[in-house]
Design a protein around this ligand. Structure first.
Ligand SMILES: [Zn+2]
Length: 386
């Protein structure tokens, strides 16, 4: 027998009583309960189910099979067929779903009305809400869509839900139109959307508070929009605002001038980086000249980038047949090393450093690289053994 859907008529009720029709086992000690009527909306149409309690036992998921609604418990349930039970739904969870679901109707209705773009997918979970639409949209379209959706919220339009016979429904223009041989529930937001739908909605659009489109990507020839409505939109906006405030404070800038300030900083960093590379190059050229004069190709330098380090090793190897090494770093933090050994096998140098200093790294006969913790004088002495 079909379960009576109390949530259809009374989406704002939080508690109900019902008679147990059946109790079935599930894996573990969980079980599923069929009631004659319920306020629990099951997982359906891309939307996750209500959660809550039956006689104090937690209901973690609710499903529907051939019109019969099953309440799946978290653990064992001492409930018997024929018994009268008390159910309560998690209202915060439900209301959030009502806000987000009705927000989706507004966006889909506007996309249909003003862009001729159809809803081809919807997903509403506790973490994410996505809406797939059939046509591509550019940034200006998305801005306009979001603005119009929020205008529909401000207008506080009543959301009407009514069942129509198949004959009546045949004469109505609505989204998600299919052939039905039973009564069909049509949700109307006058001027914005008319759609066949079975889920709970808010009574007036003003209850949604705010609708945000936070992400849009091209998807299957159309778009996938990530959307947030109601409390979720508020919390997201609040959190983003906090981040901007924090950045403003760190950079001593107004939020409005943050992008320019960050751009300026990035340019400054790039200038410093190039200046440092030039200074490193000059310093290392002098070090190479001195190493070549001494006939010893081991150079210790401060932090330098990998490209300059490798170039210096190659320079050394042009004039020195022994170990040519550049250690970048210092005794305290350790060094990154690159070693070439024109007259031998560079891997021997890596092996010796591993043996004495537990250095990391490796490479080919021509060149090895890695990292090492150790004292400059001891490392020099060790490599001079080769
Ligand atoms: Zn709906």
């Amino acid at each position: 027998m079909l379960t009576v859907k109390l949530y259809d008529e009374k989406p704002y009720d939080r508690e109900f009583t019902a008679e147990v029709r059946a109790v079935g086992p599930m894996e573990g000690n969980r079980c599923r309960i069929e009631l004659d009527r319920t306020l629990f909306f099951p997982e359906e149409g891309g939307q996750t189910s209500d959660i809550g309690y039956i006689n104090g036992i937690r209901v973690a998921h609710v499903s529907i099979e051939d019109g019969v609604i099953w309440h799946e418990t978290d653990g064992s349930a001492d409930i018997k067929t024929g018994e009268e039970v008390k159910g309560s739904i998690d209202w915060d969870h439900r209301f959030s779903n009502m806000q987000n679901h009705t927000g989706e109707h507004i966006l889909s209705g506007l996309l249909h009305r003003d862009w001729g773009s159809e809803n081809v997918g919807f997903h509403l979970s506790d973490n994410i809400v996505t809406l797939d639409t059939s046509k591509t949209l550019d940034e200006a379209d998305i801005d306009e869509l979001e603005r119009k959706a929020n205008e529909a919220v401000y207008m506080d339009i009543p959301v009407q839900c009514r069942y129509f016979s198949p004959e009546e429904a045949a004469g109505i223009e609505y989204r998600s139109k299919k052939e039905f041989d039973e009564d069909i529930r049509i949700v109307t937001i006058p001027g914005v959307d008319v759609c066949a739908c079975c889920a709970p909605h808010v009574a007036r659009t003003g209850e949604i508070g705010s609708i945000r489109i936070i992400h849009a990507i091209k998807y299957k020839g159309g778009m996938r929009l990530t959307i947030l409505s109601g409390r979720r939109a508020y919390e997201y906006t609040r959190s983003q605002h906090k981040t901007v405030e924090e950045l403003s404070h760190m950079l001593s800038e107004n939020p409005d001038t943050l992008p320019d300030a960050v751009m300026r900083l990035m340019k400054e960093i790039e200038t410093y980086r190039l200046e440092k590379r030039e200074a490193d190059k000059k310093r290392l050229e002098a070090a190479v000249a001195s190493a070549v004069a001494d006939g010893n190709g081991i150079i210790f330098t401060g932090e330098t980038d990998n490209i300059t380090q490798r170039r210096t090793v190659n320079e050394l190897a042009k004039s020195i047949n022994g170990v040519c090494a550049v250690f970048a770093g210092d005794d305290l933090k350790g060094y990154r090393y690159i070693i070439a050994y024109p007259g031998g096998d560079a891997r021997d140098a890596a092996a010796l450093l591993k043996e004495r200093f537990d250095a990391k790294g490796g490479g080919s006969r021509e060149m090895v690289q890695g990292s090492i913790d150790g004292d400059e004088a001891e490392i020099r002495q060790t490599l001079n053994e080769l």
